[in-house]
Design a protein around this ligand. Structure first.
Ligand code: KG4
Ligand code: ZN
Length: 324
């Protein structure tokens, strides 16, 4: 079964075809229009999706060498509602026109399961850390659709903290890749940023205090070099992420760990995970960590294989707890 997946939940217009052999095509157009605003502007995102989605879908079909797939799936949420609507309606229209099954996919489930697209993939159960611009959540994945939230951020997402710090430092948007690059040249011990602990017994994160600490440091008389600030900030984020992953692994007895979401492309985080001997780590390539349609087509395909489909009345959702 060849499945076409469409993803338009934020600022990437993406389409992909997957089948039992893996990814046949994977096309991503990253919208440039937001850079000068320092963040994604929802209305502009929706309009840019409308302009590009047709060409992106056609490119995915061409690259896969097919004229029509056996099913069409699309992100139905969570995300920017106007943006989600574009890809979802496109998918419904195509499925209706081709008379093939249709299914709405939870964007987070795409991230959660993206490591399963690789040749070396984990068995169930595994821990999945989804760290993106909008989410920072650690799940215990027991089976397809059975996900238990073990830890969650109580305020900012990790990617949001990266973007805000980059903005404060005048490094542009999105902030993650540039902070990551600068961090590689800096001293992670130059500035002692806080590592907020979870409430007693819990595993949750809080990143807003860390962001405030960076702001205070930037205003101080002893401001470190940019690379050192980035390295120190990144070290604090990674410590916080790793401490919860380690605790969750110890509590559940599950050693297999996968990551997904834009921050999963972070070289420091990837190295920290790979260095942790007691974890069995599965990393998707960086291009499959940031938003892409292969992960959506793949998650959709797994559900279609279980016999699930949606009808065309399916609505787009701004928020949608994965697994429900
Ligand atoms: O998953 P994603 O592409 O979109 C969302 O669903 O949010 O994640 C985007 C986020 C942005 O906050 C971006 O700054 C961050 O991922 N990001 C990174 C890196 N690459 C992207 N953060 C840290 N290091 C990176 N290398
Ligand atoms: Zn995402």
């Amino acid at each position: 079964m060849k499945v076409l997946g469409v993803e338009t939940s934020c600022d990437e217009t993406a389409a992909s075809v997957v089948d039992v052999t893996g990814v046949l095509s994977d096309i991503t157009y990253s919208q440039q229009v937001h850079a000068r605003f320092g963040g994604v502007v929802p209305e502009l995102a929706a309009r840019a999706h409308v302009e590009k989605v047709g060409a992106v879908v056609q490119a995915a079909l061409d690259e896969a060498g097919i004229e029509r797939p056996d099913a069409v799936v699309a992100t139905a949420g969570p995300g920017l509602i106007g943006a989600v609507l574009v890809g979802l309606n496109m998918a419904k229209g195509l499925a209706a026109g081709w008379d093939v099954p249709f299914l709405g996919v939870n964007h987070l489930e795409g991230h959660l399961l993206s490591a399963l697209l690789e040749e070396r993939r984990p068995e169930w159960p595994f821990l999945s850390l989804v760290v993106s611009g909008g989410h920072t959540t650690l799940y215990l994945c027991k089976a397809l659709g059975e996900y238990e939230v073990l830890a969650e951020t109580v305020d900012d997402a990790a990617g949001e903290a990266y973007d805000k710090v980059a903005r404060m430092m005048g490094l542009g948007y999105p902030g993650g890749p540039v902070v990551d690059r600068l961090a590689a040249e800096g001293n992670p011990e130059a500035v002692d940023f806080p590592r907020p602990r979870p409430k007693k017994g819990g595993l949750d994160w809080s990143f807003s205090g860390l962001k405030t600490a960076v702001r205070q440091h930037l205003l101080s008389d002893e401001r470190a070099a940019d690379a050192d600030i980035c390295a120190s900030f990144q070290a604090a984020v990674i410590d916080c992420l790793m401490s919860r992953v380690n605790k969750a692994s110890a509590r559940t007895g599950v050693r297999r760990v996968v990551i997904g979401g834009g921050v999963a492309a972070n070289s420091g985080l990837r190295n920290a995970l790979l260095k942790t001997r007691h974890l069995d780590v599965y990393l998707p390539p960086k291009s499959r960590c940031t938003d892409n349609a292969a992960m959506i087509a793949h998650a959709g395909r797994l559900r279609l294989l279980q016999g699930q489909t949606d009808d065309f009345a399916l609505r787009a959702r701004a928020s949608w707890v994965v697994g429900q």
